[in-house]
Design a protein around this ligand. Sequence first.
Ligand SMILES: [Mn+2]
Length: 460
Amino acid sequence: MPNRETSLTAEHLSRRRAATAAAWNLTDEFAVVGAGEALPIPGRYDRTYPFRSHSEYFYLTDRERPGGVLAFDPNEGWFEFLAPVTRDELVWSGTEDAQEGVPDGASDVSELSRWLEKRRGHRCGCLGAPVPGASSDAHLEDDLRYAFTDVRRAKDDVELARMRTAEEATRSGYLLLDELIAEERTERQIQIDLEAQFFRGGADFLAFDTIVAGGRHSAVLHFAPTTRPLATGELVLVDAGGEYRGYASDVTRTYPVSCGFTPEQEELYAVVREALVAAIQACKPGVEWRDVHRAAAHVVADGLVAFGLLRGATESLFERGAVSLFFPHGIGHMVGLGIRDAGGVLRDRAAPGAGFPPLRVDLPLQTGYTMTVEPGIYFIPALLRDQTKRSELKDAVDWDRVDALLDFGGIRLEDNILITDSGCEVLTSGVPLLGEPASAGKSVRPQSAGIHREAASGDR
Ligand SMILES: [Mn+2]
């Protein structure tokens, strides 16, 4: 069994901090990283939204607690300032091992102002949530965040262990969907049972708001479940994931309700699945993420030509925007510490060019990166009724066919991958794709040296 130790040791923390300090390469400046404060819910007296530390703070402290500040002076090292635990807090919300005051090795956050005062006149870069009393130099802040984001991209063993725990919880929920999805059940009922199973399966939080979208709703990319019952012949798209100790999983599957796919659904499902496989096969160190997108988009283009919806050559359909009418989002994003992890666009790079949707991630992949791969084909009336597009793409799209499919909904398939030295590992291989039993996943997917797809029942 791979190392599944999900607790962060002092060594991990000092390794992360050392890598960060090296990337910052400060001489005369200093940095502060804020945890943030619990946000009051307007009008609800002392109620607050669930607190999550800023990811930049959490990565360097592993603390899920408001009010803290981690500070770094290149000549004196790291300083930790914490909001002291109060007696009231112990009475109302204290955990078993919490004690009044601040733990050894940390200072009361009220001492931060003195620490800042001592460094007055030096430039300060403020990361994480805003730090009261610190005035951030915007240029330095940008540089520090840019370097730090790069440090955070490749996952260490504790991060991966937490992600695997989250993936396992998510898998246990998805395995229930077979019985949950049925005619007359509502999106909401499915959501409730799915989320409960995530928690039973070991999740300690939801990675994001669960999407359960039946029928036409499946063409809305981030649809919130309703009490509308599912009907036979519809598609239902489920995009959901559990989280564990801050680390997320993010899986999408699309299913037929009750009696299997219609021929049109089946054909388009096969195209999306082929796009998923092609994109995953493209993932290895050094490959540009935009090229992973392009690989999936080309499969979608060819599939829609074969389906009879598009006419023309693959790359030209992509560049002219005919593909993004039906696949309007990027191929995926970085996932890990939260559902949107340290992605971003490398500096000084031009937009990827015609045909691409806005990309949240535009950089070359490296070993240790964890990404979602999530192609889709949707019939989104808001995009497909656009008269300008209709005249621009008059020859490339069979618009009569489009009109007949405006109620089709959408299909998306999403896995999470870990970039390895030789290719990638599919972290979510335990969640079955239709036509592919989870336990036999490895043998059903096209063989490729680049993909390592673990058997779901094996050692994870
Ligand atoms: Mn996603």
